[in-house]
Write a protein that binds this ligand. Structure first.
Ligand code: FAD
Length: 383
């Protein structure tokens, strides 16, 4: 039986190992992870872990998997089907890349914390004290969740955002404006450019200083592919290029989760990964492909965020040319956005406080349904 090596002991890597065993693979499975922890869940890090110190452990059933923690893969020789690690070489018959993504860091010598690991969350939580000055760089998904926890902890919170409003980049200015009132208790400064992180806080390009006891940067992540640079494996948009079932340009190598850039035939584009759902469903798809089970469907991207007491859900993937139509409800706390292609097809949907709409929208996006403009304007109308 083939030896399957999985690199990256996060959500995608851990779930791939579990799925391989469930699907009956009997040969050796080796899971190599740079962190000292068994796979744990990251979404709680910016939510329950910051709020209450909850345990983010996934409790995956990894009996029968040769788990090697604290080991980092450093290179890949495709011709020799061998991986180099800081603990020696490892040979494989099948290799699964699940090394996730790494936070982008800003220039400067001062301390900046990003939120990616358990250690990061523990450190931030310990410093969210009443009255302490917390400066967040970036009002994106993670910035909003950290702001929520910091406000709740009684910190004085400043957020520095380059765009005109939170999430204006990914969602467009009109939709982003809707998020602004949620930031009431934060000193949110939009349209500002950060120059560097200093010992005293964050220096802006106009040379003003935002003084801080704690600087948290949330300005995006990059797929962890640095160690693959010499391998010759095809990359796309910064990640490892894969087809719908996780196959890379090398037949013995698969990639899944945040490190992968999956081609979606439905979208005619690569899926911007970086979300929990993609890691979980991608792990099943890769394991099925490896054991020769039926190929999966073209998955519709989905993610959620919990910020300022609201649940935001987004399903699909809109393009820059798609039209955003706001959806209203009698209750102003519930609203949504539908993105429509030129031909009226629903390409993506966002909803706040109204999960029912997401379930419907997922089906409509999957079926590439053309939706009625009038129905779109009412959040409680069927799509
Ligand atoms: P990861 O979870 O990053 O795991 C990759 C693992 O590989 C890491 O342990 C890493 O140390 C290891 N590794 C990297 N390089 C090497 C190497 N060379 N050798 C060995 N090991 C290596 N998604 C949502 O949909 N909704 C949310 O609300 C949400 N909230 C989030 C909040 C936070 C704070 C974070 C950080 C992420 C959040 N996400 C959310 C995203 C979601 O957690 C990720 O999409 C998911 O964790 C991806 O899983 P992964 O296994 O691909 O990567």
């Amino acid at each position: 039986e083939a030896t399957i090596v999985v690199v990256g002991a996060g959500l995608a890597g851990g779930r791939t190992c579990v799925a391989l065993r469930q699907l009956g693979h009997r040969g050796p499975v080796i899971l190599i992870g740079a962190e000292e922890h068994l796979p744990y869940d990251r979404p709680p890090l910016s939510k329950a872990v910051l709020a209450s110190g909850a345990d983010p452990g996934l409790g995956l059933e990894l009996d029968g998997v040769d788990v090697r923690l604290g080991v980092r893969a450093t290179g890949l020789d495709l011709a020799a089907t061998t991986l180099t690690t800081d603990a020696g070489e490892v040979s494989y018959d099948v290799l699964v890349l699940a090394t996730g993504a790494e936070p982008v860091r800003l220039p400067g010598e001062g301390r900046q914390v990003s939120l990616r690991t358990r250690e990061d969350a523990t450190l931030i939580r310990a410093e969210l004290r009443p009255g302490s000055r917390v400066v967040l760089v970036g009002a994106g998904w993670i910035g909003a969740e950290v702001a929520t926890a910091a406000v709740a902890a009684g910190c004085r919170v400043t957020c520095l955002e380059g765009g005109a409003a939170p999430l204006a980049g990914p969602l467009g200015a009109e939709v982003a404006a809707r998020f602004l009132p949620w930031w009431r208790e934060v000193d949110l400064r939009t349209g500002v450019q950060v120059e560097e992180i200093t010992a005293d806080g964050v220096r802006l390009r106009d040379q003003t200083l935002a003084p801080a006891d704690l600087v948290v940067t949330g300005v995006g992540v990059r797929p962890a592919v640095g160690w693959l640079a010499e391998s010759g494996l095809e990359l796309a948009g910064g990640g490892v290029a894969v087809d719908g079932d996780g196959r890379t340009s090398d037949p013995a190598v698969f990639a899944v989760g945040d490190v992968a850039a999956r081609w979606s035939p439905r979208l005619g584009a690569r899926v911007h990964s970086g979300h929990w759902d993609e890691a979980v469903n991608g792990a099943s798809a890769v394991a099925q492909t490896i054991v020769g089970a039926a190929a999966g469907a073209d998955r519709v991207p989905y993610f959620w965020s919990d910020q300022f007491g609201r649940k935001v859900q987004y399903v699909g993937q809109h393009g820059p040319a798609d039209r955003a139509v706001l959806r209203e409800h009698d209750d102003p706390e519930k609203w949504g956005v539908a993105w429509l292609a030129e031909d009226g097809r629903l390409t993506a949907h966002l909803n706040v406080g109204y999960p029912k709409a997401m379930v419907q929208a997922r089906v409509a996006v999957e079926e590439q349904r053309r939706v009625d403009d009038e129905a779109v304007r009412r959040l409680d109308a069927a799509l």
